[in-house]
Each structure stands twice: as structure tokens, then as C-alpha cells.
Design a protein around this ligand. Structure first.
Ligand SMILES: Cc1ncc(COP(=O)(O)O)c(C=O)c1O
Length: 397
């Protein structure tokens, strides 16, 4: 493997390095199971066998039925299949999404709107948590579909998906959850989750890029239409030859996530957090001693590897998060100013806007997302690089 040019990688919410054994599994599968899994000869049967064994491994990691696992190209596609696929099987109704969704969900919901659906946004409080006082009105008719981001990528806040899921169940409303940032930290128990559809991307949990999954319960699978037509793969829900080596790599990666289901802040009980949260909390405390950094998102109910702050100078003037990312990159530290997908643009963050962050600070977000490769000894060099980067950006602005 090439020597990384970055000495401290703190951007696992954008993508995570391959977990142990993942690359070997992909290479082995490419060499031994290269056939088309739909073919009836031996190379095809070998590929189909590996595909189904990998599906089984993914399903067991999540305590799901293998038939519930639909292989996609990643979370963006899964989300579109969940929302767009539901829209294919029923007349337009009202879809509810939170104000802090990833752009993939917002775009999929906008597509429904273009088809005549009503699109309603679930407002959030200053910590990025959906306002539960809106639950009754938002789940009342004509709502027929709800989609929520479980762990917010930019500010780390976890949503009370159990509470919302149970409320949707009582009303017979299909509930989709974007779990893309949660699965890297732990595999929820699908059998116990009050969720009908769940999306994720393999590369966020240390698997390969170009593959992801949609979990869909059998009753919902019957109500989903395919967005891609063709060979009828994946129970007719997602045509196209399955990338068997990538699915094998996804399975190898997911198996390494511990079993962990984020608890609901609305219930005030909490499973023990994954070990990485201890380190994250120490770092967060250390960083927040600096008055130039101000935490965003929920301090307690947040992704266990996630730190996000707003940055300003010693006079309280907001600094550009993107400029800081560049200064830190020069010093060998990889972080992000928000979600990866919007990191190429210097527009204010819609997530921070939804959380009522002052407009002047909406370009000042900085995100550090940790992983198992990070240890306490990385903190002093990070702190030093951050001090230098803050000074450089303050001077330039
Ligand atoms: C919460 C969330 N949903 C969806 C996505 C889209 O994932 P992908 O780009 O792998 O399709 C991301 C990626 O950052 C994400 O963080």
C-alpha cells in the first residue's frame, strides 16, 4: 500500500480506509469468482455462490433476513430507490424529511415533489434534533412516507428514530432511515428496529466504494418499484450485474463493526458507547478549551467518532472552514468543513442554517471524524497544527 501523504486522517465521515482483510477479499473474489452471478455455467455459479454467501454475512452482521438485503452502488442510490421506489407504487401523497438531511435525500424528495408529491420538512432545534413537538402534525394525513437521517454527517447529531419509527408503525406509514454514518460505528439489530427501509454505503465503514445496501422488509419490498430496469437482479428491484468482489469486501468490512444501536435521546437511556467515544470526548474537551472553537450538534446524542465546531478568530470574527481545511491539509491533517459532497463549494451550510446558526458563521464549520487508527498521541500535533492554521487563516482574512 502507498505511504499516506497525510499523517493524521480525521475524515472518516467522508470515507474510511479499508478495514483489515477487505482488499485481500476483493482481490481474491476478482480472481476466483469473476463470473456473472446470473450465468448458469460454473464461473457464474461460483460468483452466485460468493454473492449469496456475502449477502448472508451482511445480513448476519445486521441480524437481518438475507432477502432483506438489496445490493446497490451506494447510499445515494439506496436512498433514491427507497423514496423513488415507493413513489412508483402509489399515488402522490406527502413525504416528510428532516431539515438536516444529506443532499442525496433532499434530492430524492425533490424528485417526488416534481411528480406531484407534497414535500414537508421536519424542523430541528439548535442542536440539530428534530422537534418532537411537531410529530403529531407531521405524521397526520396526508403523510405516507417519512425519511430521517440517523446520524447527521456534518454536526453528528443522532435522531430519535425509535420514537419516530414506532409512531410511523402505529399509523402504517413506511419509514426510511439514512444510516450511512451510523453503520461505521456499529451494526444495529435490524430485527428490533422500527424501520422499514435503511440505506448505507460500504466505503463509510471501511469497505470498497461503488457498493452499498438498502435493507427493506418483505412487506415493503412488495411495494417498491425498481428505478433501474433490465436483467431483474436483486429480486427485480435493482437491475444490473452485481459487483460480486465489492459485495464480498462490503461483507468483510461490516463484520468488523460492533453490534451497537444508537439509543434515542427522547428516551434518555443509552447503550454503552463504542470505545472510540472515550477518545472523542477527551479530544472534544481539549479542543473546546479554545474560545475560538464552538461545538455544533448535540454534545451527548451524537455519532461516537464525530467532532464538529464553528471557528472564529480571537476577536470573535468567523473564519472560513474551507480555508482552515486547506491550512490543516498543508500540515498533514485531513479534516473536512462539512459533508464531503458539499466540500467543493463555498456556500453556507444548509444544515447550520436549519439549526439557526447565524448566517455569518454558516461557512465556519469544521469536522473531525475519528477512526480506529487514531490514538491519544495524535492530539498534541493536531492541536499545534490547528493553532498554526487558525493563525494563518486569521492573518489572511
Ligand atoms: C448521511 C449520508 N447519507 C448519504 C450519503 C451518500 O453516500 P454516497 O456518496 O456513498 O452515496 C452520505 C455521504 O457522505 C452521507 O453522509
Amino acid at each position: 500500500m502507498a505511504e499516506p501523504r497525510t499523517s493524521i486522517y480525521l475524515d472518516s465521515c467522508a470515507t474510511a480506509p479499508p478495514r483489515s482483510g477487505v482488499v485481500d477479499e476483493i482481490v481474491r473474489a476478482h480472481a476466483t469468482a469473476w463470473g456473472n452471478p446470473s450465468s448458469l455455467h460454473q464461473p457464474g455459479l461460483d460468483a452466485a455462490d460468493l454473492l449469496e454467501r456475502s449477502r448472508l454475512r451482511v445480513a448476519s452482521a445486521l441480524n437481518a433476513n438475507p432477502d432483506d438485503v438489496i445490493v446497490t452502488s451506494g447510499a445515494t442510490e439506496s436512498v433514491h430507490l427507497a423514496l423513488g421506489g415507493m413513489a412508483l407504487s402509489r399515488p402522490p401523497g406527502r413525504v416528510v424529511i428532516s431539515a438536516v438531511e444529506h443532499p442525496a435525500v433532499t434530492a430524492a424528495a425533490q424528485q417526488l415533489k416534481a411528480q406531484g408529491w407534497e414535500l414537508q420538512t421536519w424542523p430541528v432545534d439548535g442542536l440539530g434534533r428534530i422537534r418532537l413537538d411537531c410529530l403529531e402534525s407531521l405524521l397526520a394525513p396526508p403523510t405516507v412516507l417519512v425519511s430521517l437521517i440517523w446520524g447527521q454527517s456534518e454536526v453528528g447529531t443522532l435522531q430519535p428514530i425509535h420514537t419516530v419509527g414506532l409512531a410511523c408503525q402505529q399509523r402504517g406509514i413506511p419509514f426510511h432511515v439514512d444510516a450511512t454514518q451510523v453503520l461505521s460505528q456499529g451494526c444495529p439489530d435490524w430485527a428490533k428496529l422500527p424501520v422499514d427501509l435503511l440505506s448505507a454505503s460500504s466505503h463509510k465503514f471501511g469497505g470498497p466504494k461503488g457498493v452499498g445496501l438498502l435493507l427493506a422488509r418483505s412487506a415493503l419490498r412488495r411495494r417498491l418499484g425498481p428505478l433501474l430496469g433490465g436483467g431483474g437482479q436483486e429480486q427485480g428491484l435493482r437491475a444490473g450485474t452485481q459487483p460480486v468482489p465489492l459485495v464480498a469486501g462490503m461483507a468483510a468490512a461490516l463484520e468488523q463493526s460492533p453490534r451497537w444501536t444508537p439509543a434515542d435521546w427522547s428516551k434518555e437511556t443509552q447503550d454503552p458507547l463504542p470505545a472510540i467515544a472515550v477518545l472523542r470526548d477527551q479530544w472534544m474537551e481539549g479542543l473546546l478549551e479554545d474560545p475560538r472553537l464552538q461545538l455544533t450538534g448535540d454534545p451527548r446524542w451524537r455519532l461516537p467518532h464525530h467532532i464538529s465546531v464553528l471557528v472564529s478568530d480571537h476577536n470573535g470574527q468567523p473564519l472560513s472552514g474551507r480555508a482552515l481545511v486547506r491550512e490543516l491539509a498543508r500540515r498533514g491533517i485531513a479534516v473536512s468543513s462539512g459533508s464531503a459532497c458539499s466540500s467543493g463549494k463555498d456556500t453556507g451550510s444548509p444544515v447550520l442554517a436549519a439549526m439557526q446558526v447565524a448566517p455569518s458563521l454558516q461557512r465556519s464549520g469544521l469536522r473531525l471524524s475519528l477512526g480506529s487508527w487514531v490514538s491519544p498521541q495524535h492530539f498534541p500535533p493536531l492541536r499545534e497544527a490547528l493553532d498554526q492554521a487558525l493563525a494563518a487563516v486569521s492573518e489572511a482574512s
